[in-house]
Design a binder for this molecule. Structure first.
Ligand code: AMP
Ligand code: ZN
Length: 581
């Protein structure tokens, strides 16, 4: 049993086991230091232990933040083995979380930084005695939702236990918010800038196994969904297509159920050791040559010019490896059905005839699966060609809605600028007609609603680790007038694209610094819309709009009427004015 103190390192009651010098310190002023009340000044680094269990990955991290510099002291994950189900099976995932979360937390505790340990350095650093002098986290971060309730519960319960035992706040965050904020953490980990970057507002394309969302983030708590999946998520669609396209022996060798990742490796295998005798003849005919995935470079950069340099370096790298992807220059080119010149199958891009701000992957995935059903004995070159065209069309569909959104924002800004100029002119005319010297310099034209200028697109979530996606997005945006001079595309390194607890720790940091903590009675949020204009209803899957509020399907009913928005769910408390939220 240990006694928690308001600030400073923990004291353990097992004093007889402490080495002699530690005991001396406890008897003297060190114990008084341990009992000092919390005083979080700007100068003090913030420390959090974070837990993520929304799906099949049990993840734990320890993150320290000082100003805009961060250190990741621990970041580990254990993925449950769902291969025999071909997808994530909730009971298996929950059992895996239950088995693994405590050992991971135990390991994470050993990575907590030392407290004020001067004079006790003769204790072995990994001994239990030294654990007594680790700094306890300032708060515990955890994923509250969205996700599978049974999985979320395991992490949330563990996090509550730690918060209660250590007597520190709990910060229960939104999983997709964490994906969107990841590049800000990467920047802080690189210590390149004094301010978090990208700065708000920025746009995010969040592409994972459970979500496909285009988001506009104005602040840590204010987000608008510009487009989202009507049915299945892109990761889900790629996983299903991969299960159909990949040869049985490739599927059998999979280490997990992230078949989408295998699809990329299968479509663009590493070129190095290919002896000439085994060169796949389709390479010569294929529009894309064999190439390893692009290097895992994080394009979160300190300035737009270095962002451009990275973009050019990435483009040069693609050329070197022989990617030959030509982005459709016009919408009309993008929505044409694709007919394979070699194999004859046809793929029609999703929502080809509509400008609807939505993603539709279920019908498209169905087309791919039907092609495979009709050709079960398809050879490897043809499977590879189908894998490439499936990804290309799906990724161009993602890009199309980003372009619509950017064009709409630009159009709205131009209209507002024109309206503001007209108002200005009118005011000037009025000013000359009627002399009102007292108003001089005080009357401002009405510039209309606040219109955002988006300079950064974040691409995050598991599918964002796909290098071909990065290429398609950059090229399509470039040829449609949103090149790197006006829009920076940033994506975290692959290990931070898929689910991890580091991003939960960072989201917890941003929420905590904004003054928000969670009550310890909060429940998992199976569904949780990030947009505050959304209410979860039960309307059998349709999205309908009424009175400016969008209603999305609530599924089994228990979420019906639930308000969206990061702060829309109950259980938040302000650190500045407790119990007011
Ligand atoms: P997440 O839900 O964020 O953990 O992401 C998992 C999803 O990302 C799964 O559907 C994976 O198949 C998919 N995924 C991971 N890596 C890749 C990749 N390189 N290409 C395509 N999909 C991927
Ligand atoms: Zn995720």
């Amino acid at each position: 049993m240990r006694r928690a103190t308001a600030a400073g390192p923990l004291q353990w009651t097992r004093r007889p086991h402490l080495c002699q010098r530690v005991q001396v310190l406890l008897r003297s002023g060190y114990a008084r230091y341990c009992n000092k009340p919390a005083a979080h000044s700007q100068a003090k680094p913030l420390l959090t232990l974070a837990i993520e269990t929304s799906c099949d990955d049990t993840c734990v991290a320890v993150l320290e933040k000082h100003g805009n510099a961060a250190r990741l002291l621990f970041n580990q994950k254990i993925t449950s083995d769902n291969r025999k189900f071909g997808g994530v099976e909730p009971v298996t995932a929950a059992e895996s979380h239950t088995a693994n979360v405590a050992p991971l937390v135990q390991a994470a505790v050993r990575a907590l930084p030392r407290g004020d340990w001067r004079g006790i350095s003769d204790c072995p650093p990994e001994s239990d005695e030294m654990l007594a002098f680790r700094r306890k986290p300032d708060f515990i971060s955890v994923t509250r939702g969205p996700g599978m309730a049974s999985s979320l519960s395991v992490g949330l319960t563990m996090a509550k236990g730690l918060a209660v035992a250590w007597q520190v706040p709990l910060v229960a965050v939104h999983h997709m918010q964490a994906h969107a904020l990841t590049p800000r953490m990467v920047n802080a980990l690189e210590h390149t800038l004094p301010q978090p970057n990208p700065e708000y507002p920025f746009m995010s394309l969040l592409v994972s196994g459970g979500h496909t969302q285009l988001l506009l983030s104005r602040s840590v708590t204010s987000h608008s969904i510009l487009a989202e999946a009507k049915n299945i998520a892109i990761g889900d669609m790629l996983d299903k297509c991969a299960r159909a396209i990949l040869p049985a022996d490739v599927i059998a060798q999979a280490g997990d159920v992230m078949y989408g990742a295998l699809l990329e490796t299968f479509a663009f295998p590493p070129s190095d050791p290919a002896p000439s005798s085994s060169i796949d003849p389709s390479i010569i005919k294929d529009p894309y040559k064999l190439t390893p995935p692009l290097p895992d470079t994080t394009t979160t950069t300190s300035s737009s010019s270095s962002s451009r340099d990275q973009y050019e370096a990435a483009a040069a790298q693609q050329q070197k490896h022989g990617y030959i992807y030509t982005a459709p220059a016009r919408r009309a080119d993008e929505i044409k059905p694709y007919c394979s010149p070699t194999y004859g199958w046809i793929l029609t891009p999703p929502l080809a005839d509509r400008r609807e701000m939505a993603y539709d992957f279920s019908g498209f995935g169905g087309q791919v699966q039907r092609i495979m059903q009709q050709n079960p004995a398809m050879d490897v070159p043809q499977r590879r060609a189908l894998a490439r065209e499936t990804m290309r069309i799906a990724f161009e569909h993602l890009a199309s809605r980003i372009i619509f959104a950017l064009d709409d924002l630009c159009g709205a800004r131009e209209k507002a600028a024109a309206a503001a100029a007209a108002t200005q002119l009118e005011l000037q005319i009025q000013h000359h007609q009627t002399i009102q010297p007292e108003l001089e310099g005080t009357q401002k034209p009405n510039t209309g609603p606040l219109l955002v200028v988006v300079e950064t697109l974040v691409v995050s979530g598991g599918v964002a680790s796909n290098s071909f996606l990065a290429l398609v997005l950059r090229e399509m945006l470039r040829v449609r007038g949103h090149g790197p001079e006006t829009l920076r595309v940033v994506r975290p390194p692959a290990r931070l694209c898929t689910d991890n607890a580091a991003m939960i720790a960072w989201a917890g940091m941003e929420m905590y610094e904004a003054g928000w903590v969670s009550r310890v009675d909060v429940l998992p949020q199976r569904k949780w819309a990030m947009d505050d204009a959304v209410v979860v209803g039960n309307n059998n899957g349709d999205r309908s709009s009424g009175g400016g509020v969008v209603v999305v399907a609530g599924g089994e009913g228990e979420d019906e009427g639930m308000k969206g928005g990061i702060l829309g769910v109950s259980g938040w408390e302000s650190r500045w004015a407790p119990h007011i939220s």
